[in-house]
Write a protein that binds this ligand. Structure first.
Ligand code: PLP
Length: 395
């Protein structure tokens, strides 16, 4: 048993919760962290115990002390009724969609959703006879006009992948609830620490634990959390797939959980500092960061979110592609690569024009997405300063 009384557990603040959730040193001889539990077979001591099906653990795919610890911890910090773990963030998205969609349904997906989410809808769901309609992320309560009698879910992501449009999650979720559709949200950017999704009406929330839960670019993990209304359906779908996360990744994720708030606050501070630094640069046309008052979704962000993370984008004033290549190729501290939420600063160029269908992506210059890491801020800006020199030199 955990040392925390139920009453204490109910009252504790978020930092305390992150330290204690899913952890019980007494159950592991006093060692403070749970080891990675591995296994397929679980033995039953007697015929009767096997027949009764009441043993806490019964098979590797049905849960281990490791998976249960992370699920319970995530449920607690998300304000959810249930969490299931998936091997990646994308697997978690697939699981959430398959929990709520069936053949013949019409579903609504934000045009700014993570590109592989769209690809899942456009291939697997299409083959299953599910029709996906993409919507302008800024539609708000206007989503109602898009509902059809067979609309079964709405998938939101705020802010949007790469382009950072904000969405009015409470308004969209409330509209979905009225027609009995499932409100799904990919909450990877804010995490439940900056946006508790279920408090805002979300039924199924997705988190790519690969990002800030990990914090070190060394694991892959996905979580789907459900409110009371959707917990049974989620668990049932999950158990049919046995789409389990690996024990080593769960171990590392639990480790990451303890410092997650600290890392997120630091990512927020540095992300904002870098965003303002870019905003003052003559080479930059626009900074896409919802915590900046200049952002079109700033009011919504301020109303609903209690923080921002260290991922945002900028739009450069028009320059030839080779100028952008010269800028990025010479960067010494910014790695060029996908994913984010780790300790290292990263950059990628992006262009949403080829795949957005409900909105037009025409930012008027090359677009770059930045993830701010834990390097010294002056070193990062010195690296970027030289990058801008290369950009101008070849422009
Ligand atoms: C990275 C990401 C995912 C997918 O996570 P993986 O673990 O890489 O599969 C899903 N949603 C968003 C918003 C992401 O940024």
């Amino acid at each position: 048993m955990s040392k925390l009384t139920p009453e204490t557990r109910r009252k504790i603040g978020r930092g305390t919760r992150l330290v204690h959730a899913g952890r019980d040193p007494e159950e592991q001889h006093g060692f403070v962290n749970m080891p990675p539990w591995r296994g397929s077979t679980v033995l039953f001591p007697t015929y009767a115990s096997l027949s009764a099906r009441t043993q806490r653990y019964s098979y590797g795919t049905k849960g281990t002390p490791s998976s249960e610890a992370l699920e319970n911890a995530w449920t607690e910090i998300s304000g959810a009724a249930q969490t299931v773990l998936a091997p990646t963030g994308l697997a978690a998205i697939a699981l959430a969609l398959l929990t709520a969609a069936k053949s013949g349904d019409h579903i609504l997906v934000a045009d700014s959703a993570y590109l592989p989410t769209r690809q899942f809808c456009d291939t697997i769901l299409k083959r299953m006879g599910v029709e996906t309609q993409y919507f302008d992320p800024q539609v708000g309560a206007g989503i109602e006009a898009l509902f059809r009698p067979n609309t079964s879910l709405v998938l939101m992501e705020a802010p949007g992948s790469q382009s950072f449009e904000m969405q009015d999650v409470p308004a969209i979720a409330a509209a979905a609830r009225k027609i009995g559709a499932c409100a799904i949200m990919d909450n990877t950017w804010a995490t439940p620490l900056f946006f508790p999704p279920h408090e805002h009406g979300v039924d199924l929330a997705i988190e790519a634990g690969t990002k800030y839960l990990s914090g070190h670019s060394d694991l892959m993990m996905g979580m789907v959390s459900a409110n009371e209304a959707w917990r049974k359906r989620l668990r049932e779908t999950y158990d049919c797939f046995a789409m389990c996360a690996g024990p080593e990744d769960i171990f590392l994720a639990l480790r990451g959980l303890r410092t997650m708030e600290l890392r997120l606050r630091e990512a927020e501070r540095r992300g904002l500092a870098l965003a303002y630094w870019f905003a003052a640069r003559p080479e930059v046309k626009e900074v896409l960061h919802p915590a900046l008052p200049s952002h079109p979704g700033h009011a919504i962000w301020k109303r609903d979110f209690s923080g921002s993370s260290g991922l945002f984008s900028i739009i450069l004033k028009p320059v030839p592609e080779k100028a952008v290549a010269a800028m990025l190729d010479g960067l010494e501290l910014f790695g060029m690569g996908y994913s984010w939420g780790g300790f290292e600063s990263l950059v990628i160029p992006f262009n949403c024009a080829s795949y957005r269908t409900a909105t037009i992506w025409n930012p008027g210059g090359p677009a770059l997405r930045f993830q701010v890491g834990l390097e010294d801020f002056e070193d990062l800006t010195a690296d970027l300063e030289k990058g801008f020199e290369r950009l101008r030199g070849t422009a």
